[in-house]
Design a protein around this ligand. Structure first.
Ligand SMILES: *[C@@H]1O[C@H](CO)[C@@H](O)[C@H](O)[C@H]1NC(C)=O
Ligand SMILES: *[C@@H]1O[C@H](CO)[C@@H](O)[C@H](O)[C@H]1NC(C)=O
Ligand SMILES: *[C@@H]1O[C@H](CO)[C@@H](O)[C@H](O)[C@H]1NC(C)=O
Ligand SMILES: *[C@@H]1O[C@H](CO)[C@@H](O)[C@H](O)[C@H]1NC(C)=O
Ligand SMILES: *[C@@H]1O[C@H](CO)[C@@H](O)[C@H](O)[C@H]1NC(C)=O
Ligand SMILES: *[C@@H]1O[C@H](CO)[C@@H](O)[C@H](O)[C@H]1NC(C)=O
Ligand SMILES: *[C@@H]1O[C@H](CO)[C@@H](O)[C@H](O)[C@H]1NC(C)=O
Ligand SMILES: *[C@@H]1O[C@H](CO)[C@@H](O)[C@H](O)[C@H]1NC(C)=O
Ligand SMILES: *[C@@H]1O[C@H](CO)[C@@H](O)[C@H](O)[C@H]1NC(C)=O
Ligand SMILES: *[C@@H]1O[C@H](CO)[C@@H](O)[C@H](O)[C@H]1NC(C)=O
Ligand SMILES: *[C@@H]1O[C@H](CO)[C@@H](O)[C@H](O)[C@H]1NC(C)=O
Ligand SMILES: *[C@@H]1O[C@H](CO)[C@@H](O)[C@H](O)[C@H]1NC(C)=O
Length: 832
């Protein structure tokens, strides 16, 4: 349960998963028994071959399985393990431990039951895509170990497993069974030690606690995301419990009252690992934990617990990991810390997470006595006061410190040398300026650094960038830091995410900064050209915001390699010249903002080319390839306003059918609005104001139902505003300044109608785009595609803020593919 190991493993596991989908690799078969003398049993060999025929093994990972002469000995096949005495197949293991390629399942051959002697069957992660569970598996009565997690079997829940009375290990998590009516079959498995039914809907199984209690050997129980109801208290007192449960994970269920604690108190001496996160537990922290003397991990995060007096923790002498984040805890933090440090937990506690509560007061210096702490997260509370060296000087094992989003002040001597080397430093909003914190110079290992909004206004020290080579995430936003990138000469070893907005950085942008995935340099004083984008390393860039600087020169004609760029914002600079044609070739771009520069010439005609890409985007999805056509339907926002663009709006712009927002205002555009404008059915915002556009408003505009923001003011439009609820519904000001425009909602009547008065002169309303795009969902949709999106997914899911799985598992909006893999990861972590 060591924080760092956990982190590393999570990283490793995720990397492996990605590799699994990217290219695969070699497996080490060293554990295999390679000293088999005889051949395997023919009937079993045939059964295995029949089983293989039910699989789709595109990468031919099972190539050792075959009928060729040299493949006769099935005991040498990958994943097959035989008895070295009888030759019978004892184990069939095609889980990710053995198989690194994607294998899919079409069916499970009933011939599998020929493997009478099979003791160990693991098909985890082979996707059977909802087919009926193989009921005949109930005949493999010698099975001791059955892992069919993540196999996506469907149909009725296979209560036949109740016939496998020798089972010690059963994992049926992450399948797609229909609701389970009862668990009558479960007590038959009297040898069961390990049970995982996660993601099985058990909402109707009210007697689950009694059933579990009937398993005398059970040590590990995982019922994650099962929609479990609270135990019915009246039945609990009659239970003869097994007293053996050590590990209980009931996270993300519907447990909403104290009856769960009554049940758990049956196991108060055996429990080591207890995860009740993501339930509906309310009220104060219950006393019951006080009796759980062996507890090493307690996760109560994501509940509705209140109060601020956790006195029951005082007796937890083995507690290593305590997560109370995302509850409604109030009161003084000092009380928590006192209870923990004044007891035996002070010598065991490694991780303390109380973020997202309403704890108040200062951080007591006694926190420093918890000398085993590796991970502290107090972020998102209402803490205040001063943090000094005394708080931190004994925390020699600390690796991750998160105190952000409180009202804390760092008062630390410039020459202080901390006893720790931090991996994650999150101190956003902790005031530590005006000088750049010098103690950071001692931290050589950090990958995550947030010292945003820290009141730092002096120069970035010359040593700073040399510490950042291995950084993955950095947030220095909203300081007034001065300095340049002059000493940034190395290459980043990852494609980091750099948030440097709202400072006073100046000078040119070095090409080193192209090797990043996310770069926000907006609101600084940077100058020079943007030729750094021409570096081939910029291929990993997905987000670039250089707005509100003094960047000048032309946009180089080299952007086609920015294959992963989704958002480009160069607005409010002094860029000039023509907008290069290649901008239309940036493959995945969704938002293009070039507002308020000095661009001249015609609108980039390359936007025309945006519909014909022979290069369809391919996505790897659930192990299969899927192709998305018309990728340039991806283009969602274009803002070229406030330049000096001339000429007509190319009618081809209407091919960008995914366009949500188009702002061409404040240019010198001429010609007419293309009648095909109505093709842009997703258009939400259209601003063509302050140009020289003439002709009539095309009637097709009235057919864009979603149009919520329209500005056509100050052009030379004429004729009648087309009739359609949409266009009449806008305020007349959006048409103002077009002297020959008439008809409702304008007061000016058309031709034969009598003029009723002067047209209204309402003030021009500037509709500033609000960019709501940069959300988690954005990263996910972006990242699930390409391997290059690696940092998009992993940076967000794993590396940002917290490397703990508890953070991962609660993210909303994840598709089930990711979700179940996270569950898998979670289990791998626990296996440690
Ligand atoms: C393999 O078999 C040979 C001869 O049958 C024997 O000498 C050797 O010790 C065996 N190796 C192992 C690892 O069992
Ligand atoms: C057979 O396997 C068992 C355990 O799997 C091992 O202890 C034993 O040495 C093996 N026998 C031979 C002859 O390899
Ligand atoms: C065990 O198997 C028999 C037949 O093989 C079947 O009738 C019975 O329902 C099974 N028991 C359970 C608990 O599934
Ligand atoms: C579980 O099944 C019940 C109906 O029995 C349903 O209301 C509930 O939404 C299901 N839970 C999940 C997580 O699908
Ligand atoms: C808890 O909820 C369950 C199911 O809703 C109910 O049967 C039980 O009586 C409740 N227990 C308490 C102590 O409120
Ligand atoms: C509980 O265990 C005792 C003795 O082990 C036994 O006599 C009793 O019947 C059991 N009660 C239940 C409800 O199983
Ligand atoms: C069962 O739980 C214990 C205690 O948390 C843990 O050490 C062990 O690894 C778990 N076993 C399995 C197979 O996950
Ligand atoms: C707990 O949930 C059950 C349904 O699962 C509901 O009937 C009951 O009212 C809830 N109790 C509380 C205290 O919210
Ligand atoms: C565990 O809980 C039971 C009842 O819930 C209680 O009788 C017993 O004393 C507790 N054990 C310890 C060690 O506190
Ligand atoms: C960076 O810091 C700013 C200011 O504290 C904050 O608003 C923003 O959310 C942070 N960005 C990220 C990605 O954490
Ligand atoms: C770059 O670093 C060197 C030594 O590390 C230092 O002397 C120099 O002043 C730095 N330059 C800038 C512009 O920070
Ligand atoms: C548009 O694509 C055609 C080939 O498909 C190419 O010849 C032409 O140069 C492109 N136009 C622009 C402006 O990129």
């Amino acid at each position: 349960m060591q924080g760092y190991g956990r982190c590393f493993k999570l990283f490793l596991a995720f990397s492996l998963l990605l590799l699994q989908y990217a290219q695969g690799g070699e497996v080490d078969h060293s554990q295999r028994d390679t000293n088999v003398t005889g051949r395997c049993i023919e009937r079993e060999r045939q059964a295995l071959l029949a089983f293989k025929r039910g699989l789709v093994d595109e990468s031919d990972f099972l190539s050792s399985w075959g009928s060729e002469a040299e493949k006769q000995d099935c005991c040498r096949w990958v994943g097959v393990y035989c008895s070295n005495q009888t030759g019978h197949v004892l184990q069939l293991d095609l889980s990710p431990k053995v198989i690194v390629e994607v294998i899919q399942g079409k069916l499970i051959s009933p011939k599998l039951i020929e493997l009478h002697h099979l003791q160990h069957l693991a098909l985890s992660s082979i996707d059977f895509n909802g087919i009926q569970f193989p009921y005949f598996i109930g005949s493999l009565t010698n099975l001791r170990y059955l892992d069919l997690s993540l196999t996506y079997f469907g149909g009725k829940f296979p209560s036949q497993v109740g016939n496998l009375t020798n089972l010690e290990y059963l994992d049926l998590s992450a399948n797609r069974f229909t609701n389970v009516e009862n668990l009558h079959w479960l007590p038959l498995l009297s040898s069961l030690r390990y049970l995982d039914l996660s993601f099985t809907n058990l909402s109707n199984v009210f007697n689950w606690p009694e059933t579990v209690n009937k398993l005398p050997e059970l040590t590990n129980l995982t019922l994650y995301g099962c929609d479990l109801p609270s135990p019915i208290l009246s039945t609990l007192s009659y239970i003869n419990s097994s007293k053996s449960l050590a590990s209980v994970d009931l996270s993300f269920n519907r447990l909403n009252n104290s009856s769960i604690f009554v049940w758990l108190s049956n196991y108060n001496t055996s429990l080591v690992y207890l995860d009740l996160s993501g339930n509906l537990l309310a009220g104060s922290i219950p006393d019951v934990f006080g009796n759980m003397s062996s507890l090493a991990l307690l996760d109560l995060s994501h509940n509705q617990l209140e109060g601020g007096d956790p006195h029951s923790f005082a007796r937890l002498c083995s507690l290593q990991y305590l997560d109370l984040s995302r509850n409604n805890l109030s009161g003084q933090l000092s009380k928590f810390v006192q209870i923990l440090f004044s007891t035996c937990a002070q010598n065991s506690l490694e991780m303390l997470d109380i973020r997202y509560n309403q704890l108040r007061g200062g951080i007591p210096e006694s926190i420093g006595l918890l000398s085993q702490l590796q991970y502290i997260d107090f972020s998102m509370n209402s803490l205040e006061g001063v943090i000094s060296e005394t708080h931190l000087s004994k925390l020699s094992k600390l690796q991750s410190l998160d105190l952000s989003s409180n009202s804390l002040v760092f008062d630390i001597h410039a020459d202080w040398i901390p006893p720790f080397q931090l991996h994650s430093i999150y101190l956003g909003s902790c005031k530590m300026g005006p000088d750049f914190p010098k103690w950071l110079k001692t931290q050589k290992k950090f990958s995550y650094l947030d010292i945003s909004d820290a009141g730092i206004s002096n120069n970035l020290p010359s040593w700073f960038w040399s510490l950042c080579r291995n950084v993955i995430f950095m947030n220095l936003t909203s300081n007034q830091i001065r300095g340049t990138f002059a000493n940034l000469t190395f290459e980043f070893s990852h494609f980091p995410e750099l948030h440097l907005s709202s400072n006073k950085l100046e000078g040119p942008i070095p090409s080193v900064l192209s090797k990043v995935s996310y770069l926000d340099l907006s609101y600084n004083k940077l100058s020079g050209s943007i030729s750094f984008l021409c570096s081939s390393a910029a291929i990993g860039l997905s987000f670039l915001d250089l707005s509100n600087n003094n960047v000048s020169g032309q946009v180089p004609n080299c952007l086609t390699h920015l294959e992963n760029l989704v958002i480009l914002d160069l607005s409010y600079n002094v860029l000039s010249g023509k907008i290069p044609t290649t901008i239309g070739s940036v493959f995945r771009i969704q938002t293009l903002k070039l507002r308020s520069n000095r661009f001249v010439g015609q609108l980039p005609s390359s936007l025309k080319n945006c519909t014909n890409y022979e290069d369809d985007a391919t996505f790897i999805w659930k192990g299969g390839m899927q192709t998305y056509k018309s990728t340039l339907g991806l283009m969602k926002r274009i803002d070229l306003s406030s330049n000096k663009l001339t000429g007509e709006i190319p009618s081809e712009i209407t091919h960008l059918v995914g366009l949500v927002s188009l702002n061409l205002s404040r240019n010198q555009l001429t010609g007419q609005i293309t009648p095909k404008i109505g093709n842009l059915q997703l258009l939400d915002s259209l601003d063509l104001s302050r140009n020289h556009i003439d002709g009539r408003i095309p009637t097709s505009l009235a057919r864009i139902d979603r149009l919520g923001v329209l500005d056509l003011s100050y052009n030379n439009l004429s004729g009648k505003v087309p009739v359609g609820t949409q266009l009449q519904g806008f305020d007349p000001s959006v048409y103002v300044g077009n002297l020959q425009l008439c008809g409702p909602p304008l007061k000016k009547m058309c031709v034969d109608e009598v003029e009723r008065g002067p047209s209204e002169q309402t003030d021009f309303i500037n509709q500033e785009d609000k960019d709501g795009l940069i959300t988690l969902g954005f990263y996910i949709s972006m990242g699930l595609g390409f391997a290059a999106g690696f940092w998009g997914v992993c940076g967000t899911l794993i590396f940002s803020r917290s490397w703990r799985y508890t953070y991962l598992k609660f993210l909303n909006g994840l598709n089930d593919w990711l979700f179940v893999r996270i569950a898998l990861l979670k289990r791998q972590l626990k296996d440690a």
